[in-house]
Every structure is written in structure tokens, then in C-alpha cells.
Design a protein around this ligand. Sequence first.
Ligand code: NAD
Length: 491
Amino acid sequence: MSNALQLDETTLRAIVDQVVRNLQHGGSSAPAPAASSGAPAVVASRREGRFGVFTEVSAACNAAHHAFRQLQPLGLEGRVKVIEIVKGLAEKNAVEWGRIEFEETKIGRLAHKIEKLQIVKLVPGVEWLRPYALSGDHGITLEEQTPFGVIGAITPVTHSVPTICGNIVSMVAAGNAVVFNPHPGGARCAATAVRAINEAIHAAIGIEHLICVIAEPTLDTFNALCAHEAIRVLCVTGGPGVVNAAMKSGKRAICAGPGNPPVVVDGTGNLSKAAADVIKGAAYDNNLLCVGEKQVFVLESCAERFLNELARAGAAKLTSNQLERLTAVAFTNSKDAGGCSHPVLNRKLVGADAAVLAQHAGATVSADCPLLFAETDADHAFVVEEQMMPMIPVVRVKTFNDAVAAALKSEHNYKHSAVIHSLNVEHMSQMARALDTTLFVKNGPSVAGLGLGGEGYLNYSIATTTGEGIATPKTFTRTRRCVMVDNLRIY
Ligand code: NAD
């Protein structure tokens, strides 16, 4: 049987589309090299679709589907090569890619943008795929993790290139290809990274479009991606709007949704370490991390000491007047459908430096001040909204039960992340049960939950809304069972 007869409809369409386009462009493109396995060669060069960067969703999805077919015969070895390329390039280009992401998005801290790329090497690869085997009187059964095909992925502006790199490692380890519809605010750096990654993959294993990206993403391209027949599953990393849109798309969606991680400090532990940990997590990349500490509930009995420790560890305190001035700039008020007023985040201040926020507050802090803090009540906009700014509200509570109740309310049942600083195991268990978050960190900064200072592995997509947890290759697989009846088992 010839190779051509084995092609499915989507692959055939990709080939036909490509041939037609090449004819329209004067037919001068060279054929892409076939994968070493002898997979069918497709004429893949096209000005707008070089090395995975596309303006058209359908062309990207078809090209990715063809690339998925090319990857299949290369086995685990091919996937491992791709992962090595992505991890190697993320580390080698961390300074350059971090800089271009910082210049494009204008949020966060350059040093942390660079670091987030340097640590992509901590994201787990093919070693995570472990088959499950059964052997019994009726023979042998093997359950294996197999790829979906092409995944449609949505990435946030808060970590454009790191999320893309982490997603590629997990998705390709599982044997998939991917089409990214990045946040428009981080689309240029996304295209730069994807192009470089595909160039290296092409040079190593002859596949040009394993990782595709839409160069000018919009809501229309998101909808087209969700609707395309080659897209078998969606992976969304973002806020409530895109999570809801993906869940309504009719496709299966793995949703790494919003968070608003509360911290409880009960005074039984080391308060100076608690303060330093809160600063480490909440100040990281100017509090853009979804896991980052967003509000603290501290027991009245130790509140004064904890606030002093925050200041001693380098955070700057805002007075209530200064907080009021900052709040007036950081939020506007809007009425929802039911007529209730609620605060709306001013996106211009998201990821701004503490010194910039301080200026808006009418205060002066040094340019390298990591974090601002202020005392608020539990209903303050900085507590209620996922503010993504290096300004942490601290709320005094009378009892531990009050702390847990307030933390639960502020987390909005996102089931994302929470932190406790305590040596009381009953308190830890009570808060863990009440909030039931995907990540629950005890006595450390929030980033310890991502394997950074705590045990575990890293990824930038934490599937909180749909429950898969921190993404691994297994997150992007289907389970298939192979059964051999009676034979093979010799005892
Ligand atoms: P965002 O929701 O504004 O954008 C995320 C992506 O969704 C972007 O690509 C954007 O273009 C797209 N988008 C937004 N609204 C859409 C809609 N209605 N339909 C279709 N597409 C839409 O989020 P952001 O500001 O880029 O990132 C911050 C948010 O992402 C925070 O809520 C944060 O908690 C969350 N986040 C979660 C994780 C996680 O792993 N759980 C990781 C990073 C960020």
C-alpha cells in the first residue's frame, strides 16, 4: 500500500491547501524534508506559514495535523529530541526572549521573565508516561497513554513564552502537535520563540510545523481554533472569560483558570520567615503568578509583629490614605447584570513595579522595593479582585475560624492555591479541607508549590478549573487498552 492511501481527510486537505497556495504564490516553494521514517512529504513552505507562524487558523491546524502524523513514526526518540530542543533553547535564549517579552508586554520584572525561561528544564517529559499493566488468568492487558493529535492552546499575557515552552514540553512528550492562540499582548514574542523552536526541530527531525502559532490572535481566531476539526482538545491558561468561552465551545477543555490565593498566618510559626515567604511569592514578577500570594489574613494576636516583619524584610507599608489613592487608580466600579456594584481592575497597573504603585499612592519607595502592603478589611477591592500587583492587603481577624472563612470567601471557589504559615497541624488540615485548593503550601512561599523550593515538578499551566492539576504529559493523553487474551502469560 502506498503512503498516500494511508492519509486521512485532514492531512489530505492540508496537502491540497498547500499545493493550491504554492500555485498562487508562483509555485516556487521547496518541499519540506520528509521525516526520517519515510512519512509523506508535504510541500510546506509558504511565506505566511514558515516554521509554524500562521495568520490563518485553518492553515495552522492543518499543518499541525500533518506534523502530528510526521511525529508519530519517530517514536519516543523523536519526542525526546523536541523536548531537548525546547528546554535547550529556553535556557540559551532566556535573556533575549525574556527581554523581548518584557518589552512587548511591559509587565512584571525582567529578571523573573528570564528566570521563568531558565527553569523550563524542570518541566517533566516523556519519563512521566508510565503504562499500566495487568497480568492474570485471562491473559495480559496494557493500558497506555496515547496522544490526542492536535491541541489548541490559549496562553496568558502574564507568561507568554514560558507557558508556550512548558505546554510544548508536556504536549509533545505525550505525542501531540499544538496550535497556540496567544494573548494579543504577548503574540510577537510568542511567534519569535515558536519560529526558533520549529527551525531547530526542522533541522533535527525534518518537521516544520509541529508547533503552530497564530501571529495576530483575536477572539475570531480563538473561535475558529475551537471549531476546527483537527483540534481534539483545548488547553486554556487564562482568566475567567476565556475559561468560560472554552467550556462552551463543545470541545473538551483542560482549563488552567484564575486564582486569588489567600494566605493565613496564625502566629504559631516563625513570623519573620512567614513575612519573607509572602514577599518572595507575592513580589515574584510583580505578582503576575496565578499562584502568587494575593491577600493575607492574620490573627489579631500576632498581626502587629507580622506587619513589622514584613517591613523588616523589605516591603513598604502604605497608610490608609495612600491605599485609598492607589485604590482609586487601580480599580473602577462597574455594575453587573443584577445592578450590584463591583470593582474592575485597571489593567494598566497589572504587573507594575511597587515603586510605580507607590507613586500613584502618593508615596515614595526605592526602585527595587519588592512589595507594598497595607491593612484593609476583608471586602476591600485588593482582597476581592485577583489584582496581580505587588501590593498585598493584610486583614486582621479575631480567630482562626474567621481566617479560614475569609480566605475561603476571597478564593471565590476557584480551587486554585492557598498558603498557611502555622505549626498547628489541625489548623493546616482545617484550612486544607475548607478551601480544597489544587495547591496548598504550608510554611513556604507560593512558588514552593511549583517545585521551586518545595518538592515537586514545574509547569506554568495548573489545571485548576477542570481538575487535572499541574500539567504533565499525562494531562494531554488518552488512555487506550490493549488486551491479549489467554496467550503470552506463561504462569
Ligand atoms: P486573560 O484571561 O485576559 O487572557 C488569557 C487568554 O485568553 C489570552 O490569550 C486572551 O487573548 C484570551 N481571552 C481572554 N478573554 C477571552 C474570551 N472571552 N474569549 C476568548 N479568548 C479570550 O488572562 P491574562 O491576563 O492573560 O492572564 C492572567 C489570568 O490567567 C489570571 O486570571 C491568572 O490567574 C490566569 N492564569 C492561570 C494560570 C493557571 O495555570 N491556572 C496560569 C497563568 C495565568
